[in-house]
Design a protein around this ligand. Structure first.
Ligand code: HEC
Ligand code: HEC
Ligand code: HEC
Length: 271
C-alpha cells in the first residue's frame, strides 16, 4: 500500500512539475510584439525597467535623493506598464511594494529603499521563471513553419528541404560504401547546390549581418570540392571525414540555434 501511495504521489508530483515547467504568457502580450506591433515594445519596457532598477539601487547607496527620485519615476512608470499592457498579469506585480518603495524614498530611508527594491526583484524573478523563455520562443524566435526555400524546381518547405538534404548526404555515404563513384559524384553536386540554395535563404531574415557569407563560406566550399577529389582518389577515409566536417559546420551549428528553438516552439504550440 505504501509503495502504491509513494508511486502515485511521485506520479502526481511529476505531472505538476511537467505542467509547471511550460506556462505560456497570456495571448494579449502578442500586441506588444512583431508582427502586431512595429517594435518589440514589451521587451523594451523590460530593458527600461532594469536600467531604472539599477539607477535607483545605485543612487540609494550613494544617498543621492535627487537622482534617485528621477529614476524612481521611470521605475514606477515601467513597472506599472506591466499590468497595463497585459491585464492578466495583475497578480504578478506588487503595487503595495511599489508604494512602500516610494514612501521609503520620500522618507529618505535609503536602507529601506534598497531592501524594498530587493523584495520587488522577487516579483521580477517569479514572473521570469514562469514566462520568460516561453515568451521569447513564441514571440521572438525564428519561425520556419511557412518558410520556403527557392530552388530551380520551385519553392520547397523547410522540413521537406531538410529531409532531402540529409537524404543526399546519406546517398553519398551509401554510394561510397557500395563503390558507385558516379552516383556519389552526382550526389556531391546535389549537396553543393542544396547548401548554396539554403545559404541564399538565410538573408531573407538576417538583414543586418549577412549570414549567408558566414554560412556558405570559402572553407565549406573548399570542403565540398575536396569531396570530389577524395572520391577520384578513392580515399574513403578522408571522404567520410570531410563529410563529417560538413555535417557539423553546415548543418549541426545552425540546428544548435534554429532547430532547437523551433522544435520547442512547435512542442509548446502543439501541446
Ligand atoms: C509579469 C511578468 C514580468 C514581470 C513582473 C517582470 N518581467 Fe521582465 N520579462 C518578462 C518577460 C515575459 C520577458 C521576456 C521578454 C522577451 O525576451 O521578449 C522579460 C524579460 C526581461 C528582460 C530582458 C531579458 C534579458 O535579460 O535579455 C529584463 C531586463 C527584464 N525582464 C527586467 C525585469 C525587471 C527588472 C523586473 C522587475 C522589476 C521585471 N522584468 C519584471 C516578464 C516580466
Ligand atoms: C525565418 C527567419 C530566419 C531564417 C530563414 C534564418 N534565420 Fe537565423 N536567426 C533568425 C532570428 C530571428 C534569429 C535570432 C534568434 C532566434 O530566433 O533564435 C536568428 C539567429 C541565428 C543565429 C544565432 C545568432 C546569430 O545571429 O549569430 C545563427 C548562427 C543563425 N541564425 C544562422 C542562420 C543561418 C546559417 C541561416 C540560413 C541557413 C539562417 N540563420 C536562417 C531568423 C532566421
Ligand atoms: C537555418 C539553419 C539550418 C541549416 C543550415 C540546416 N538546417 Fe536542418 N533544420 C533546420 C530547421 C529550422 C529544422 C526544423 C524544420 C521543421 O521541423 O519544420 C531542421 C530540420 C532538419 C532535419 C529534421 C527533419 C525532420 O523533421 O525529420 C534534418 C534531418 C535536417 N534538418 C538536416 C539538415 C542537413 C543535413 C543540413 C546540412 C546540409 C541542415 N539540416 C542544415 C535548420 C537548418
Amino acid at each position: 500500500m505504501k509503495i502504491i501511495i509513494l508511486f502515485l504521489s511521485c506520479f502526481y508530483a511529476g505531472l505538476v512539475i511537467a505542467d509547471a515547467t511550460i506556462i505560456t504568457p497570456p495571448s494579449s502580450i502578442a500586441k506588444w510584439y512583431k508582427p502586431q506591433n512595429k517594435r518589440q515594445v514589451w521587451l523594451h519596457n523590460m530593458f527600461q525597467l532594469r536600467r531604472a532598477r539599477h539607477a535607483v539601487g545605485d543612487y540609494a547607496m550613494a544617498n543621492n535623493n535627487k537622482l534617485l527620485n528621477k529614476w524612481l519615476e521611470k521605475y514606477q512608470k515601467s513597472y506599472l506598464k506591466i499590468s497595463q499592457m497585459v491585464p492578466e498579469f495583475k497578480d504578478e506585480v506588487d503595487l503595495k511594494l511599489l508604494q512602500k518603495l516610494k514612501q521609503a524614498a520620500a522618507d529618505k530611508d535609503y536602507n529601506a529603499v534598497s531592501s524594498t527594491l530587493r523584495q520587488l526583484d522577487k516579483t521580477c524573478n517569479s514572473c521570469h521563471n514562469d514566462y520568460r523563455a516561453t515568451t521569447v520562443l513564441l514571440y521572438r524566435s525564428a519561425d520556419f513553419k511557412s518558410h520556403k526555400i527557392k530552388t530551380k524546381n520551385g519553392d520547397i518547405g523547410y522540413k521537406k528541404y531538410m529531409l532531402e538534404l540529409t537524404h543526399t548526404i546519406n546517398r553519398i555515404k551509401i554510394a561510397v560504401a557500395d563503390d558507385l563513384p558516379q552516383n556519389a559524384k552526382a550526389q556531391i553536386k546535389e549537396l553543393n547546390q542544396g547548401i548554396a540554395n539554403l545559404s541564399k535563404d538565410c538573408d531573407t531574415c538576417h538583414k543586418q549581418k549577412p549570414q549567408a557569407d558566414d554560412y556558405f563560406n570559402q572553407t565549406i566550399k573548399n570542403k565540398i570540392a575536396k569531396l570530389q577529389i577524395h572520391l577520384k582518389e578513392n580515399n574513403k577515409k578522408d571522404l567520410n571525414k570531410t563529410l563529417g566536417y560538413i555535417a557539423v559546420n553546415a548543418c549541426a551549428i545552425c540546428h544548435g540555434t534554429h532547430r532547437i528553438s523551433y522544435d520547442i516552439k512547435q512542442q509548446i504550440l502543439n501541446r
